[in-house]
Design a protein around this ligand. Sequence first.
Ligand SMILES: N[C@@H](CCC(=O)N[C@@H](CS)C(=O)NCC(=O)O)C(=O)O
Length: 220
Amino acid sequence: MIRLHHVPLGRSFRVMWLLEELGLDYEVAYYSIRDGSLRSPDFLALSPAGRVPALEIGGEVLFESGAILQVLCERHPEAGLAPEPGAPDRGMYLEMMHYSETVGSLVENLNLNRVFLRDPADASPVVIKLLTARLRAALGAIDARMAHAHLLPSGFSAADIMFAYGFELARYYVQMAQFPALMAYWDRLRARPGYIAAKARDGVQDLYDRDFYPLPEAAT
Ligand SMILES: N[C@@H](CCC(=O)N[C@@H](CS)C(=O)NCC(=O)O)C(=O)O
């Protein structure tokens, strides 16, 4: 039995997408990031910081999306989605697995400042401007070195799945047209049957109430 604990558009989508790429059967337990369900005792018993993803698999419970991706890739080496130690792309693979959280944490901080903070808490325009500039720089760095169809020269891997979370959500905060190589790469990823199948199970997000959040006037 595999059960994925998931928030639509959250980092748990990484696991959902990989499960689809691997052709595994799984159940989904859906949560909202807004209704307190991630802080219930039942969920905290699965994921102690109250974060998704959590994955129940074969009697074990795992949390942290990067770790879950790594474990699933190790258990399914036939899929060839993670270069093994000693393989030429191994260093770049690990680099991109972790860099994905450099991007992901910037998106998360923008979410906190722009979506979750409500009156009377005041988000700082200066902090928003800084986070947005850092997100743009983090994506621009990858756009400039995108020399292959995927992040690794050897082809599609779990690092693409890991990276896509931050990349997909960054569009709420930065104009993506400024990253032409990343946009072409994104079109390739979105066309994958595994991505399409996962999107069909992602669920309806209740995080963003508009398509784009321009910089507040005080920050421009
Ligand atoms: N580094 C963790 C981060 C997990 C995380 O922060 N997930 C978000 C959704 S994208 C969450 O559950 N947030 C709930 C909260 O912060 O209360 C991972 O990659 O799994």
